[in-house]
Design a protein. Structure first.
Length: 357
């Protein structure tokens, strides 16, 4: 049998029903990815408030369950709050906008490999799939600002949309360098191309692209210091200022889910994914097991470190002016990535090209 659901159907009904079994098995795998992501988002908010509190010599959440139950209290509060739709708003688009924001953030996980065998869809064009889906999220931002019938929300959505599109170009060019080095669009192949230890990971030979991709990821998720959706002189939240209750919670979930996704993709593309930094750890055994071998543990550890830098940046830098943000994206990051891609294409035709494989 190809999956446990077919075995269960054969045992219960006498026939495997392969089409039904495949659908149920795929749905179970989607749930197995979706639920941990949502739980991680909840505790990422707590971790962020604790880390920034520690860096700024504050306490952070410490009341509800000594702070550990604060995410659940926040969720319950948002669930029971009233959803207020502004007068004159386009009601259908007003409700569709949060779904357009959260949909791509969750659907992109379909091609993310968690270890050599654990991936929902191991497609050959996984990198193109990621680029296509992450570019759709901007439509949720635009619709939220326009459908709210609020000038503040509309101005916030214009700023956010322009920023997202600008830095998405730089992120795409950065991933082109990874594609050239790995010679594959498959994310599992990209990870396997980095085998051999941390000195083989792409963050070293492709260091400029690594820096551009990570900083562009911070800007793409509207994180501080790039959160220009919140206008300093407007004292409002930006494109989602008119949202409340569950609809606001969905935007909040999309932002933090995108943070985790960017951290995972950074780890997969540049930090070896599930690979151990030192191959000798694959041979270390403890009670008959190999806890430090290549696998999900190493991917989770790398994601933890990358997310910590997201929080560290928020606690350390002031918010940039909008003209500074756009200048960084268009006049620095895009030219740097283009020049490096040309340099990479030339050097890969020489004997030194082996350093990038």
């Amino acid at each position: 049998m190809s999956n446990p659901v077919e075995m269960a159907l054969t045992w219960a009904l006498g026939q495997p029903f392969p089409t039904v079994a495949y659908g149920i098995w795929t749905l179970l795998k989607i749930v197995a990815i979706f639920l941990p992501v949502v739980i991680c988002v909840a505790f990422l908010t707590l971790w962020e408030r604790k880390v920034i509190g520690w860096m700024q010599v504050r306490i952070g959440p410490n009341r509800v369950g000594k702070g550990f139950l604060q995410p659940f209290a926040d969720v319950l509060k948002l669930i029971f709050k009233e959803i207020v739709v502004p007068t004159g708003a386009n009601k259908w688009l007003f409700y569709i906008a949060p779904l357009l924001s959260i949909g791509p953030a969750l659907a992109a996980w379909a091609v993310v490999p968690f270890d050599p065998t654990l991936v929902l869809a191991d497609v050959n064009a996984g990198l193109l799939y990621i680029l296509a889906l992450t570019s759709i999220g901007v439509y949720g931002v635009i619709l939220a600002g326009w459908a709210s019938n609020s000038k503040y929300a509309f101005l916030g959505c214009l700023r956010s949309a322009a920023q997202i599109v600008s830095y998405e170009i730089a992120m795409g060019f950065a991933l082109v360098g990874v594609l050239m080095a790995a010679n594959s669009l498959n994310l599992s192949d990209i990870v396997n191309a980095q085998k051999g230890g941390w000195w083989q990971w792409y963050f070293l030979p492709l260091f400029p692209l690594f820096i551009v991709y990570f900083i562009s990821g911070v800007a793409e998720t509207n994180r501080h210091p790039f959160d220009v959706a919140e206008g300093e002189s407007e004292i409002v939240a930006g494109f989602h200022v008119e949202y409340s209750g569950v609809t606001f919670a969905v935007f909040f979930l999309a932002e933090y889910a995108n943070m985790i996704l960017i951290a995972v993709l950074t780890s997969v593309m540049f930090l070896g994914g599930w690979l151990s930094p030192i191959p000798i750890t694959n041979e270390l055994t403890l009670f008959g097991a190999t806890p430090l071998a290549d696998g999900f543990f190493w991917l989770a550890a790398k994601v933890f470190v990358v997310l910590f830098f997201f929080l560290w940046i928020r606690a350390s830098f002031p918010r940039y002016r909008y003209d500074q943000i756009m200048r960084l994206g268009w006049k620095i990051f895009i030219p740097v990535t283009l020049v490096f891609i040309v340099f990479l294409a030339i050097i890969m035709q020489t004997p030194w090209g082996e350093a990038f494989h």
